[in-house]
Design a protein around this ligand. Sequence first.
Ligand SMILES: *[C@@H]1O[C@H](CO)[C@@H](O)[C@H](O)[C@H]1NC(C)=O
Ligand SMILES: *[C@@H]1O[C@H](CO)[C@@H](O)[C@H](O)[C@H]1NC(C)=O
Ligand SMILES: *[C@@H]1O[C@H](CO)[C@@H](O)[C@H](O)[C@H]1NC(C)=O
Ligand SMILES: *[C@@H]1O[C@H](CO)[C@@H](O)[C@H](O)[C@H]1NC(C)=O
Ligand SMILES: *[C@@H]1O[C@H](CO)[C@@H](O)[C@H](O)[C@H]1NC(C)=O
Ligand SMILES: *[C@@H]1O[C@H](CO)[C@@H](O)[C@H](O)[C@H]1NC(C)=O
Ligand SMILES: *[C@@H]1O[C@H](CO)[C@@H](O)[C@H](O)[C@H]1NC(C)=O
Ligand SMILES: *[C@@H]1O[C@H](CO)[C@@H](O)[C@H](O)[C@H]1NC(C)=O
Ligand SMILES: *[C@@H]1O[C@H](CO)[C@@H](O)[C@H](O)[C@H]1NC(C)=O
Length: 583
Amino acid sequence: MAVLRFWLWALVLAAASALAKPGDPFFKKLNEKTYQLGNDFWNVTVIGGFGKRLMYNGVDLVGNASGHYVSYNGAANNLSWNLSPPRIVRKSGEYTDIMFSAAEGDMHWVLTPTLLGAYQYFVNRALPRLGEFRTLWRLSNDTFTHGWTTERDAPLARLAEMQEATQKTGDETWVNAQGVSFTKYDLSTFLPNIEGEPTVWGIYGKMPKSGEGIGSWYIHGGKDYLNGDHLKQELMIHRESITGDAVQLNMIHGTHYQARSNDAFAPGKTWGPWLWYLNNGSAADALARARTETAAWPYPWHADERGYASRGALSGSLRLSDGRPASRAAIFLGDTNATAPTLDQGEGYYYRTYAGADGSFHIAHVRAGNYTLHAWPGVGSGIGDVSTVFRAPVTIRSNGSATALDALSWVVPKHKPLFQIGALDRTATGFGLAGGRHEHARARGCPAALNFTVGVDGMEKWCFAQGQPGTWAVRFKAGPGDVGPATLTVSLAAYSAGASAGVYVNDERVGELGPRTLGPGDPSLYRSGTLAGEWRFLEWPAKVREGENVVEFRIAPNSRDKANAANIAMRGFMWDSVLLRLN
Ligand SMILES: *[C@@H]1O[C@H](CO)[C@@H](O)[C@H](O)[C@H]1NC(C)=O
Ligand SMILES: *[C@@H]1O[C@H](CO)[C@@H](O)[C@H](O)[C@H]1NC(C)=O
Ligand SMILES: *[C@@H]1O[C@H](CO)[C@@H](O)[C@H](O)[C@H]1NC(C)=O
Ligand SMILES: *[C@@H]1O[C@H](CO)[C@@H](O)[C@H](O)[C@H]1NC(C)=O
Ligand SMILES: *[C@@H]1O[C@H](CO)[C@@H](O)[C@H](O)[C@H]1NC(C)=O
Ligand SMILES: *[C@@H]1O[C@H](CO)[C@@H](O)[C@H](O)[C@H]1NC(C)=O
Ligand SMILES: *[C@@H]1O[C@H](CO)[C@@H](O)[C@H](O)[C@H]1NC(C)=O
Ligand SMILES: *[C@@H]1O[C@H](CO)[C@@H](O)[C@H](O)[C@H]1NC(C)=O
Ligand SMILES: *[C@@H]1O[C@H](CO)[C@@H](O)[C@H](O)[C@H]1NC(C)=O
């Protein structure tokens, strides 16, 4: 009996595994405008520009939501796959590459027989000069109830909360009946886009009826096609405030936290392949998958004639002119001849890393080509007094060997500052209320007026942002040897237009913080930023006298601030560093 039972059981298993043997991915034309693709585990129907009816375990994960699409300049321009009929362009091993063409470029889905989700990439043909370019899923909100980012794991705000809000106070920002403000921008994060780090975010919930977990994620094994530097932030996920869709954004050229970011792309510029990944809703599993994808980048299966496989490595070592190693400096490979700051570069391919404690760095798999290497003090680097940026040209060759940059020397100012509040790391790290996750109107906790005494107060007394009418003052004593012409350096982590400050040294006006000196504002302070935005760096001549000195930032009361009382804390300056140095 036992033996028979064993054989019956073995037979059942064999039959089940024969049944479960997955077939090739499929691609079908249903009618002139409608196509279906998928594998044995999931499928999606593409109608016009939109992916609808995402079927998985018998459930439509899109439902009444908008589904999958590609757009630029917000929702103003949705791509339409009508340039030529979509088709399978390549089958290599288990990978099937299906291409949808729009006038602007080609969107590819790469499926395998067993992959839950698809690799996706986009090749530019004729995108206009633009700011925001993205792909996204808008999924069923019955199923996808929660969101996960590196900063938050939480339910998405309900549409009803927005509809029942007593007031809309700004950009996607509401106040509820209890007087509490809420905004989608709390769901923003720094990307992450550092070479070698896992990059993943998603939305998840429970399948109707079965109650099984379900998650939909974006995973970027590669980061080089993304715009911006180490401090690039983006909105990752949110509740759509008109329809209530659960939104999973993929901001491949994002501008949510920048003052000016506008790029023209060469034909052939390729974003991806990234992985759109379905699982049971486990963030731990998605994170593990992100680590696997990062280690596997650049993907050997991705056959591409546009330079994808032509890569080399870069190694180097960086030392300051005063002899110190450029310990933990932020290292960025960016455009040659760029006029845009590193955060706003986005037409090409970019590499971001940090030097080690000894100033050495290594970047693997850099696309062949010419770059400008930039270095500045990273957070916690110990070289936060360095007010210069290092730049050097770099050429990467495509034979896979390493390019060595030996003992590059970074020229730094000779004199130590008389005082410095905050490291010059382009972030508000260490100031009062700075950092942690994105949070609406954090600066409301900062005072209107503040006195800081050098040598007495710790840097946390200097709050991370100033925006209300009032004076912030730095008081310091200078000995007889420390008098004379000096340079006042003000480095801002971010600036949101709507407040201006006069800058005074010993009651003499030396400069101004405002649109005339800072240009257009960036949205970071009113979009839940707590650490950085668009970096600004200003220097003014000043005179230091013997004894008591005072540096002041005076925001005068102005009508706009009064009229806009609810937003008062979301306009103004986020600090990076204030320092004074004798010439
Ligand atoms: C799509 O997936 C659903 C289940 O999730 C399945 O019922 C259907 O047969 C699939 N369609 C195709 C063409 O395989
Ligand atoms: C989708 O919309 C239809 C018609 O408005 C409605 O009957 C149905 O319940 C909706 N489905 C879901 C999943 O919300
Ligand atoms: C693009 O698609 C989205 C989602 O369906 C929609 O809300 C938006 O209005 C569309 N834009 C245009 C210009 O049609
Ligand atoms: C889901 O979307 C529907 C509209 O399709 C909306 O009525 C509902 O409030 C949304 N649910 C949530 C939790 O926001
Ligand atoms: C998802 O599956 C993993 C195993 O692959 C399991 O450890 C985890 O508990 C599951 N999570 C959920 C939310 O079902
Ligand atoms: C950069 O500028 C130099 C000098 O102006 C010029 O010769 C070179 O062609 C430029 N390179 C690129 C890539 O634009
Ligand atoms: C890169 O720079 C080198 C010289 O520094 C030049 O010979 C070469 O043409 C440049 N390559 C590109 C693609 O601009
Ligand atoms: C790589 O290319 C450079 C110049 O293009 C050459 O000097 C070097 O010998 C090559 N290295 C290998 C390992 O082929
Ligand atoms: C700062 O110091 C000045 C001069 O002592 C004083 O008038 C002012 O009230 C102080 N401000 C605060 C907020 O303590």
